[in-house]
Write a protein that binds this ligand. Structure first.
Ligand SMILES: [Fe+2]
Ligand SMILES: [Fe+2]
Length: 394
């Protein structure tokens, strides 16, 4: 609103409200209603009002001619020279360290601190699928206390219960790895890419829930937990110490969690009790989303940098060589899977269980090859890399 030059300036009467008691809000509002160079008359009875108004006007870039304040060209000192942290819906190619933790689209005051977020390039972290996957992930959260009927009655032979507990013991350490890897990178990704940060944050929460439900199933009948082997932990160590985000995400979510889709489907199908069936079913739905995000991220970064593909292949070969001296899959886990799929201790049942575990391994290999081909690897490379993936599955 512009006041004609002939009419008297608008008056803002602060009554007894001091500028240090919020009176500046009324003054600011009155100035926003006049044009640059126009005046507002200030009235009030607070002590030293003229002195306070003069000091305030100077810091805000307004003129002062008591009892008038003349609107200046700048909105305020803090806003002068401020830089936008991208657009509200605009993801930039490289996020500035000076934007720090500011909201995307905020005006960032000049002279603030710089933050070190090493993953600050769109090419390295972004996929347009992130926002949709984040919404799905949030909508699909489940509460272990109500999603699982922990009191559902069942009877298992001791050997079958021990096999379930061994598989749960194995699953838990792999879930711990799947929690640690995204957690390590979360704090390194620039908050500008908030949808990607959001997906990984929910993924970490998913893994915490998987650890919880597998632990509760392992402890359900009060028996001791199973064996954690040196070979399994050596394999997981190579995963959680991989410093490159693309390589770590590829090995975790495309190859490892991809392989776990087959494993969790197998466990759901052959679970000898309803609680095991339910917890593996719930984890499987989350893992499918983790794999979908891993694939979407890899497709995006490979489109931007085809030179990454041979580096991914090298990482798989290097990991295989580093683990060549280890035992691979925990023999106790392999046997436990056979017992689960057999359901009882007769030669015919064990033969059937053994065949089912072999079919599981073929299904895992097939899934890895399909995903690698989808990421642009040749059929030969996909077959070689699928074969070299860790025998620990994750
Ligand atoms: Fe998980
Ligand atoms: Fe996962």
């Amino acid at each position: 609103m512009t006041t004609p030059a002939t009419s008297p300036p608008p008056v803002i009467d602060l009554e007894d409200l001091g500028l240090d008691q919020g009176g500046h809000l009324l003054l600011k509002r009155a100035l926003a209603a006049v044009g640059v160079g126009e005046r507002v008359e200030v009235r009030g009875t607070a002590a030293d009002l003229a002195v306070h108004v003069r000091a305030w006007a100077r810091t805000q870039g307004h003129g002062y001619d008591w009892p008038y304040v003349v609107r200046g060209a700048a909105a305020g000192a803090a806003w002068r020279g401020a830089q936008p942290a991208g657009g509200r819906d605009l993801v930039v190619d490289r996020a500035s360290p000076a934007w720090g933790l500011a909201a995307r689209g905020a005006q960032v005051e000049a002279g603030g601190p710089e933050f070190d977020f090493p993953l600050d390039r769109r090419d390295a972290v972004w996929t347009d699928a992130a926002a949709g996957i984040y919404r799905q992930a949030v909508a699909a959260q489940w509460d272990p206390a109500v999603a699982v009927d922990w009191d559902e009655p069942f009877e298992l032979p001791d050997e079958v219960e021990a096999a379930v507990v061994q598989v749960m013991t194995y699953l838990i350490e792999n879930e711990n790895a799947a929690l640690v890897v995204p957690a390590r990178f979360l704090a390194r990704i620039h908050p500008h890419f908030r949808e990607v940060v959001g997906v990984l944050a929910v993924q970490v929460a998913d893994e915490a829930r998987h650890v919880e439900v597998f632990t509760r199933r392992a402890e359900l009948r009060g028996g001791p937990l199973g064996l954690s082997t040196a070979g399994g932990q050596a394999s997981l160590l190579t995963l959680v110490t991989e410093p490159d985000f693309a390589l770590a995400h590829f090995m975790l979510s495309v190859l490892g969690e991809g392989t776990f889709l087959s494993l969790l489907s197998f466990l759901e199908r052959f679970a000898p009790d309803p609680v095991t069936r339910r917890v593996t079913h719930l984890a499987l739905a989350d893992e499918a989303r983790h794999v979908a995000f891993g694939m979407a991220h890899m497709e995006a970064v490979l489109a931007a940098d085809p030179g990454l593909r041979p580096r991914l292949a090298t990482a798989v070969r290097r990991r295989h060589d580093a683990l060549a001296h280890t035992a691979g899959l925990n023999a106790e886990v392999f046997d436990a899977l056979v017992v689960l799929a057999a359901g009882q201790f007769t030669p015919a049942a064990i033969a059937k269980g053994f065949g089912r575990v072999q079919a599981l391994e073929a299904d895992m290999d097939d899934g890895r090859r399909r995903r690698l081909v989808k990421l642009g690897f040749t059929a030969d490379d996909a077959a070689e890399l699928a074969e070299l993936h860790t025998r620990n599955f994750m």
